[in-house]
Design a protein around this ligand. Structure first.
Ligand code: FES
Ligand code: FES
Length: 160
């Protein structure tokens, strides 16, 4: 059965006619063509499908699109501002924290939700916060270093 769903994604309002049992992940990728959100396990194990819902990191493979109505959804495509990469995106590039890249959108969105709440984290806290985002390439240290770099930039920005 199809239902009409209103979604706000990256500041843009969408009205879609979709099956009630479709996941947010599926709708983002196949209706809105926001393929930066990746797909893999489909059972909340790997974190590649992470998006922000009202600022909280969630596995979009386990969220029905209908339940995301009235929420602010942010995907990796919505993180840059005025043509400038978010400090996390820039730090991942500068630190060489990206290899195949498949895990990175979810990793960065989890890191954003975490840094919004913990602006001065330890390395251990970062590792804990990103424990639900698996990476098979990098060994994680460069990712932790990138998150620390971004945290420093964001703290500087907040002081301005
Ligand atoms: S695809 Fe959603 S957690 Fe793996
Ligand atoms: S960079 Fe390849 S899975 Fe993380």
């Amino acid at each position: 059965m199809k239902v009409t769903v209103s979604l706000n994604v990256n500041g843009e309002a969408w009205e879609l006619s979709i099956e009630a049992d479709r996941t947010l992940l599926d709708v983002l990728r196949t209706e809105l063509m926001l393929t930066g959100t990746k797909t893999n396990c489909l059972e909340a194990e790997c974190g590649v499908c992470t998006v922000l819902v009202d600022g909280m990191a969630v596995n979009s493979c386990t969220v029905l699109a209908v339940t995301a109505q009235g929420r602010q959804i942010t995907t990796i495509e919505g993180l840059a501002r005025d043509g400038e990469l978010h400090p996390l995106q820039q730090a991942f590039i500068d630190r060489g924290a990206v290899q195949c890249g498949y895990c990175i959108p979810g990793m960065i969105l989890s890191a954003k939700a975490f840094l919004d709440e913990h602006p001065s984290p330890t390395d251990g806290q970062i590792r804990e916060a990103l424990a639900g985002n698996l990476c098979r390439c990098t060994g994680y240290q460069k990712i932790v270093d990138a998150v620390q770099d971004a945290a420093r930039v964001l703290r500087r920005e907040r002081r301005r």
